[in-house]
Write a protein that binds this ligand. Structure first.
Ligand code: NAD
Length: 342
C-alpha cells in the first residue's frame, strides 16, 4: 500500500507503522505538521476492517488536527495514532506500555490524548512509560466536558448566524450520539430551554438521558428529524450525497470528526441553504484542554480559546457569505492563514 500517492497524504512529515509482537500492538502513527518541534492528536483504538482503512483514517485525522490547532490559535502541529484491533479484547497494560514507549521515543515531538476506544484512565497507563500524554484521569480527566463547552460556544455562533438570535429557548435541536460529548451538550441545551431530541445505538447512553426530559427517537430518524439544528456527535461521514437531501435542519454544528463523507458534500449543504459549522473548529475544546495539561496553555488561555471557538466560527460564516463560498472553503482558507501566523 503506497503512502506517498495516497489521496489523503498531503505531504505528511512522518507516517510510522508500529508493532510489538509480545502485546499484539499494531498501530499507525502520523505526523502531519510539527510547529516548534511539537505535534499532537488523539490515540484511536478500533477494529479497522483493513490496514488501508486505518491508514486513511490516521491521515485524515492528523490533517484535521493541524487545522484544529491552527484555527484555535495554538502553536502545535497535527498528528494522530490509530491502534488496530478491538479495544475490548486487545487493550492491556502491556500493550499500552508498548505504545507509550513508542511515543516516548519521539521525545516530545508528539503528545497523545484520548480518542475513540481510549479514555482518561488509559492515558494514566500510558504515562507510566512516557510523559508525553494529555487528558489523563489524574489531571483534567475526560476531555468530553471541554469539548462539549466548545461545541456549545459553536452552537451559540451558529444560532446567531442562522437565526439572528442569542437564546436557545424554543429551538429544536437533534443530537446524534449522547456519549461523553453529546450527553453533556444535551444537559447544557435543556438548561437553556431548548427542545432536545436525541438518538443513540447504546441503550445505556439513552438511559442517562431519561431524567432530562429529552425526546428519544430512532437512530435512523435523527439526521432527517424536523428540527432547527442538527448536532452530530457520534461518528464521521454522516453528511453524504444520500443524507444531505433528507436533512430538514437549517444548521449543523456538532463534534463528530470528519462529518463530510466527501469534500463535495460541502457544496451540497450550501446549495440546500444549510449552514454547516466545520467540525474541526467546533470540536477543538478537548485538544485545547489537552494543551493545558501539556503545559502549552494556562487555565485562563484554555478557557479563552474554548470560548473563542464561537468567534472563529462567526469569522468563517462571514467569510463564506462574503466570498459566496462554502463554510469548508472559508475555514480552510482561514486555517492556511493561521498556520502561517502561529
Ligand atoms: N471526547 C472528545 O474530547 C472529542 C473531541 C473531539 C471530537 N470528538 C468526537 O465527537 C464524537 C463523540 O465523542 P464522545 O467522546 O462523546 O464519544 P462517545 O463514544 O462517548 O459517544 C459517542 C456516542 O455515539 C453513539 N453512536 C455510535 N453510533 C451511533 C449511531 N449510528 N447513531 C446514534 N448514536 C451512535 C455511541 O453509542 C456513543 O454513545 C466522536 O466522533 C469523537 O471523535 C470527541
Amino acid at each position: 500500500m503506497s503512502v506517498f500517492s495516497h489521496p489523503e497524504f498531503d505531504s505528511h512529515l512522518r507516517v510510522t507503522h508500529v508493532t510489538d509482537p509480545d502485546s499484539g500492538l499494531v498501530a499507525i502513527h502520523a505526523i502531519h505538521r510539527s510547529i516548534g518541534g511539537r505535534s499532537g492528536g488523539g490515540i484511536r483504538f478500533r477494529p479497522y476492517a483493513t490496514e488501508g482503512d486505518a491508514l486513511t483514517d490516521v491521515l485524515r485525522l492528523s490533517r484535521a488536527m493541524s487545522n484544529k490547532f491552527a484555527l484555535a490559535g495554538i502553536p502545535v502541529g497535527g498528528a494522530k495514532s490509530v491502534i488496530i484491533g478491538d479495544p475490548a479484547t486487545l487493550k492491556t497494560p502491556t500493550l499500552l506500555a508498548a505504545f507509550g514507549r513508542f511515543i516516548d521515543g519521539l521525545q516530545g515531538l508528539y503528545i497523545g490524548g484520548p480518542d475513540i476506544g481510549t479514555n482518561a484512565d488509559d492515558m494514566v497507563e500510558l504515562a507510566r512509560t512516557t510523559p508525553y500524554v494529555a487528558g489523563r484521569a489524574d489531571q483534567s480527566g475526560s476531555t468530553a466536558v471541554p469539548t462539549a463547552l466548545g461545541c456549545f460556544a459553536g452552537l451559540q455562533a451558529t444560532v446567531r448566524a442562522a437565526f439572528g438570535r442569542d437564546e436557545f429557548h424554543g429551538l429544536r435541536i437533534a443530537i446524534q450520539g449522547v456519549g461523553g460529548v453529546g450527553g453533556e451538550l444535551a444537559r447544557m441545551l435543556v438548561d437553556r430551554g431548548a427542545e432536545v431530541l436525541v438518538a443513540d445505538v447504546d441503550s445505556a447512553a439513552l438511559r442517562q438521558m431519561a431524567p432530562l426530559g429529552v425526546r428519544i427517537i430512532a437512530p435512523e430518524a435523527i439526521l432527517s428529524a424536523d428540527v432547527d439544528i442538527l448536532s452530530p456527535n457520534a461518528m464521521g461521514a454522516v453528511l453524504s450525497a444520500q443524507t444531505v437531501p433528507t436533512i430538514r435542519a437549517r444548521a449543523i454544528c456538532g463534534c463528530a470528526n470528519n462529518q463530510l463523507a466527501t469534500p463535495e458534500v460541502a457544496h451540497l449543504l450550501t446549495e440546500r441553504g444549510i449552514l454547516w459549522a466545520p467540525d474541526y473548529v467546533v470540536s477543538a475544546g478537548g485538544a485545547i484542554d489537552g494543551c493545558k495539561d501539556a503545559g502549552i496553555l494556562s487555565a485562563e488561555e484554555r478557557d479563552a480559546r474554548i470560548a473563542g471557538i464561537g468567534t472563529t466560527l462567526t469569522t468563517i460564516f462571514d467569510l463564506a457569505t462574503r466570498g459566496n463560498t462554502t463554510t469548508e472553503a472559508a475555514a480552510q482558507a482561514l486555517a492556511r492563514d493561521a498556520v502561517e501566523n502561529v
